[in-house]
Design a protein around this ligand. Structure first.
Ligand SMILES: CSC[C@@H](O)[C@@H](O)C(=O)COP(=O)(O)O
Ligand SMILES: [Zn+2]
Length: 185
């Protein structure tokens, strides 16, 4: 993600589910292109640190929200790419992606002749309030899509494990980069 410019400065955060009620998440404020084991820590599914002296990602609540809602989720990625940032600022409450071969990277889509409606929620520095908005969108029918955008901020994508989360993120970033390029034509 760093090599692709998706986590500038200290942007982005990553997590994996270690087991029931245990999540490994990046610590807050570290550069995500220079992570070492010391930049990781463990929280429970409510985001409470096992080691209270360490500060987890500011967006731990969004990671934990994913694990609470999706028992099958094993890894979650968050980045701040240019396409995500630009397109989400101009979008309404969703971005529709259709006709892309890479849609097949998403669950249940076997053909490019499909579309997904990617939820876009407004940014909020209050992460608990932001998570409540995301949950409302899931309840309203967005639950099948393993990702969403935060306006002017970034993207969250998850999968069964880290390779699947990364694959989905790459597919999504590719399609959003295409959408951005198309607007320049
Ligand atoms: C460079 S500021 C970005 C942060 O506010 C946040 O959005 C982010 O993605 C990284 O926060 P972090 O607390 O390091 O996980
Ligand atoms: Zn962020």
């Amino acid at each position: 993600m760093d090599a692709r410019g998706w986590v500038p400065a200290t942007a982005g955060n990553f997590s994996v589910r270690l087991g029931p009620g245990r999540v490994a998440v990046t610590r807050s404020g570290f550069h995500k292109g220079m992570l070492t084991p010391a930049a990781l820590m463990v929280v429970d599914e409510q985001g409470r640190p096992e080691d209270a002296s360490l500060r987890p990602s500011a967006e731990t609540g969004l990671h934990c929200g994913i694990y609470r809602r999706y028992p099958e989720a094993g890894a979650a990625l968050h980045g701040h790419s240019i396409p995500v940032t630009v397109l989400s600022r101009r979008a309404g409450d969703a971005i529709t992606l259709s006709g892309y071969e890479l849609l097949k990277a998403f669950p249940g889509l076997a053909t490019h002749e499909a579309s997904i409606s990617l939820p876009v929620v407004d940014n909020d520095q209050d992460i608990a309030r932001l998570q409540a908005v995301v949950e409302a969108r899931w309840d309203a029918g967005a639950a099948k899509i393993p990702g969403y955008l935060i306006r002017g901020h970034g993207v969250y994508v998850w999968g069964r494990d880290m390779p699947e989360a990364l694959l989905r993120l790459e597919a999504l970033e590719f399609m959003l980069a295409c959408e951005l390029e198309a607007r320049k034509l």
